[in-house]
Ligand binder design. Structure first.
Ligand code: AOF
Ligand code: ZN
Length: 337
């Protein structure tokens, strides 16, 4: 790793702390560096303000004149209650700004970089851009496609089963994988389940991890019928799309969530709901936790029917972007291929 990618990696990590609590804003990170020493750090605060750069400038432990700022998204060019981040960096005497990717928000969209260059700062653009695009994908999709990033979560056996024949499923994966799944919830703005899962499990879907209990996302129930025991405080498809009749159009549902500010949606099941998003090409990412167990064909499959009746070419293609072990279980993260 070069010095430049090292500090940008750090800015990206700091930024990810905000995922799940800054929507509809992006979760940005910023590191201030002078002679290879870190003199300030910041990330977008809960609710989306203050921005990462403001936080980093405020945290600086020495004069920032001549320092380099590493920012995981182009500093904003629009003025709110406070000056824009591009202006704040200029005014602080920053000499060079390393930016991971351009901000697609039309109020910035290249104007942050242009303003800093016009003021004589050196700006490097596109450092670790691929990772930044992943981190900001929910923010970008909401802005450009009127929908959140959709990620699916499945915990299944090595042969792709999520329960015994009678539906017993606690637990398939071990405690580390389950804790990881709770942290995954905390990094999303909303969690969605189908009516079948609600009726079968009545899951709480909150984030039961020390220090993360305040980060439980909004719950959404996708239901084609009207379950008699609707969960309190949840959003339902019938409530989000009052003029529609079931079956609900997932594009419309995602647009309704985007209008309410949701940038990252986690679909936690069940098998039919995961398949419904996959069939219409609306599952962007999949987190697959795999336990070292075989349940066999009398168990229940983790993904419902996808319409792959004939040739392999019909199977939705995935691209693996991360693999790791969690105790005895394996986690693989996939993107749409
Ligand atoms: C930055 N640093 O940390 C973030 C930025 O509603 P506002 O005024 O906070 O503006 C939201 C926009 O600001 C958002 O759409 C995106 O363009 C930018 N977010 N920019 O310089 C940050 N979170
Ligand atoms: Zn800003």
């Amino acid at each position: 790793m070069t010095v430049r990618t090292h500090f940008m990696d750090m800015a990206l990590r700091l930024g990810r702390r905000g995922l799940g609590r800054v929507a509809p804003n992006p979760a940005v990170g910023c590191v201030l560096v002078k002679e290879d020493r870190i003199i300030g750090r910041g990330w977008t605060q809960p609710g989306g303000r203050p921005h990462a750069e403001t936080q980093a400038l405020q945290s600086a432990v020495e004069n920032m004149a001549g320092a380099t700022a590493y920012v995981s998204l182009e500093p904003c060019a629009h003025q709110g209650a406070t000056p824009s981040c591009a202006t704040a960096l200029i005014d602080a005497g920053i000499a060079r700004v390393v930016v991971a990717m351009e901000d697609p928000d039309p109020r910035t969209a290249g104007q942050g970089v242009a303003r800093m260059r016009a003021a004589g700062l050196q700006v490097d653009l596109g450092i670790l851009a691929e990772q930044a695009q992943r981190d900001h994908q929910g923010f970008v999709l909401r802005l450009t496609r009127d929908r959140p990033l959709v990620s699916g979560k499945i915990a299944h056996s090595a042969d792709g089963r999520i329960a015994s024949a009678t539906g017993h499923s606690q637990w398939i994966t071990g405690s580390l994988a389950r804790a990881h799944g709770h942290a995954l919830r905390a990094h999303h703005d909303a969690i969605l389940i189908g009516g079948g899962t609600w009726r079968a499990d009545h899951p709480r879907l909150d984030c039961r991890l020390p220090g993360l209990a305040d980060r439980s996302p909004q719950k959404v129930l996708l239901s084609h019928g009207v379950p008699e025991d609707q969960p309190d405080g949840w959003w339902t498809s019938a409530g989000l799309l009052p003029d529609h009749q079931p079956p609900y159009d997932l594009d419309d549902l995602l647009a309704a969530l985007a209008r309410r500010g949701i940038t990252r949606l986690l679909v936690e099941g069940g098998a039919a709901t995961i398949a419904a998003f996959m069939r219409v090409g609306l599952m962007d990412r999949l987190y697959l936790y795999t336990a070292p167990k075989l349940i066999g064909e009398d168990g229940r499959a983790s993904v419902g029917a996808l319409g792959v009746r004939d040739v392999m070419a019909d199977a939705p293609y995935l691209k693996v972007i991360e693999t790791r072990t969690l105790g005895e279980d394996a986690l693989a993260v996939y993107e749409r291929g």
